[in-house]
Design a protein around this ligand. Structure first.
Ligand code: AHM
Ligand code: MG
Length: 343
């Protein structure tokens, strides 16, 4: 899609997410449609969560004005609410065998009353918890695998697979607009929700990350807790060079989706390294790091834990944490060199 202004007749070229999924499926002879239905259900779940996120502030005002304050609890617990809505939207579709969520300690089996399918889904219903109540961008992250167990209702093995085995991943960002960005291993597509017609429209086709950027994104409040190598790397980015390619600008929202999305579009680096307080990092491998790594790699970038490719890590636990360094290839390689002490 070009950036030229709208001209009459453009409607014919509009690519909705439904049409995109259907056309992609047509290019896969033998596809049963199960996976396409799963993606369509996800888009629907995204719309429902988006509606609730958009209404949250309003509901809060109404809630405070009312004596009973019936909605107040929902607003404060918007992440729990989003979790419930995604489970509701996905469990009855018949495509999933099991789910896992940041909000649930154990795996989420598909209830007996619904058919079970060939896929497993992990998700973080509303990432960026510190930003939920202050009207700053938050989002949903998802990751989809093929079932590997022989159990129709799935087991832990289905949701604890290496990131390399993902067959789809993406995020829905509730920012100035609602955007759904995903990959099925064939590039990265971004769709913006047009609230007037209730459809996701292709707005960011074939997203590519620049090979190098001008921004770094990390929580510098942790500086004194960082390892020497990463501290030296950030010092390096802040040091002016004669060519003017440094210092880099600092950008940090504190919502991984927003920070990685900006990094995808402008290039640069997003990092949540290990530190003295979080020796394994803060972010979760299975439903935060791996899906975002899949997106970043599919856009031509690089995603590691500082020393090895995130998607090659053999996971042990659905909630395990991992250090994260992702973004433009050249920037991430440079960070890895500082972390390894070779620069
Ligand atoms: P959450 O799952 O509790 O929302 O935590 C994950 C979030 C990420 O979105 C973000 O990158 C990071 O935590 C920010 O952490 P910090 O506040 O320590 O900078
Ligand atoms: Mg999270």
């Amino acid at each position: 899609m070009s950036n030229r202004p709208y001209t009459p007749g453009d409607e014919a070229r509009i690519m909705t997410i439904q049409r995109y999924i259907a056309e992609t499926e047509r290019n896969h002879p033998g596809a049963t449609g199960e996976f396409s239905t799963l993606l369509r259900n996800l888009a629907l779940a995204a719309k429902i969560v988006s509606r609730e996120v958009r209404r949250a502030g309003l509901v809060d005002i109404l809630g405070r004005a009312s004596v009973t304050n019936v909605h107040g609890e929902d607003v404060r617990k918007l992440d729990v609410f989003a979790n419930r809505m995604i489970i509701n939207a996905m469990e009855s579709g018949g495509q999933l065998c099991v789910m896992a969520s940041e909000e649930n300690e154990s795996i989420i089996p598909i209830p007996e009353e619904f058919p079970c399918g060939h896929y497993a889904m992990l998700f973080d219903p509303l990432d960026g918890s510190s930003n939920i109540d202050v009207n700053v961008t938050i989002g949903t992250i998802f990751s989809i695998y093929r079932r590997v167990s022989t159990e129709c209702r799935g087991t832990d093995a289905d949701v604890v697979q290496p990131g390399d085995k993902q067959i789809a991943a993406g995020y829905i960002m509730y920012g100035s607009s609602t955007l759904m960005v995903f990959t099925t291993g064939n590039g990265v597509q971004g769709f913006t929700l047009d609230p007037t017609i209730g459809s996701f429209l292709l707005s960011h086709p074939d997203m590519r990350i620049p090979e190098r950027g001008r921004y770094y994104s990390t929580n510098e409040g942790n500086r004194q807790l960082w390892d020497e190598g990463f501290r030296r790397y950030i010092d390096y980015l802040q040091t002016p060079d004669p060519e003017g390619s440094r210092p880099y600008g600092a950008r940090y929202v504190g919502s991984m989706i927003a920070d990685v999305h900006r990094t995808l579009l402008y290039g640069g680096i997003f990092a949540y390294p290990s530190d003295r307080r979080n020796p394994d990092g803060k972010l979760r491998l299975m439903y935060e790091a791996n899906p975002m790594a899949f997106i970043v790699e599919q856009a031509g970038g690089r995603a590691s834990d500082g020393t090895r490719r995130l998607m090659e890590i053999t996971p042990k636990d659905v909630h395990q944490r991992v250090p994260v360094v992702m973004g433009s290839v050249n920037d991430v390689q440079e960070a890895e060199a500082f972390i390894a002490g070779t620069r």
